[in-house]
Design a protein around this ligand. Structure first.
Ligand code: ZN
Ligand code: ZN
Length: 108
């Protein structure tokens, strides 16, 4: 899918769903699930979960805890927040994507 730069930036949720076609999921050594694939809206690179930054340390920490397997001992379905990071501003100065985000359910 080619990237569509004409898509207008909008910070909107696309809801949640299972891992879309063309997406891949991985588990790192600490048990954190990461997902990546093409943005359903603009076709650029999208991935999750968001990388922790100093400003978002608290949020990132709670996100990491929620992502660990022991917090969901009864099933292996994980919810990962994925965001568009296509590298284009889509008309919004400083943005690195079209603003879309969604929750991906990953069954391991
Ligand atoms: Zn894009
Ligand atoms: Zn996008």
């Amino acid at each position: 899918m080619a990237h569509d730069e004409a898509v207008k930036f909008e910070a909107e949720s696309l809801g949640s769903g299972m891992l879309p076609d063309g997406w891949s999921a991985d588990v790192d050594v600490t048990g954190i699930v990461t997902v990546s694939g093409p943005c359903p809206t603009c076709g650029g690179d999208a991935w999750g979960p968001p990388l922790p930054t100093p400003e978002s340390a608290v949020t990132a920490e709670s996100l990491v805890v929620a992502n660990r397997p022991e917090s969901q001992p009864h099933d292996q379905l994980r919810r990962v927040r994925a965001e568009c990071h296509c590298g284009f501003e889509h008309g919004n100065d400083g943005a690195d994507g079209c603003g879309r985000w969604w929750m991906v359910n990953v069954r391991l």
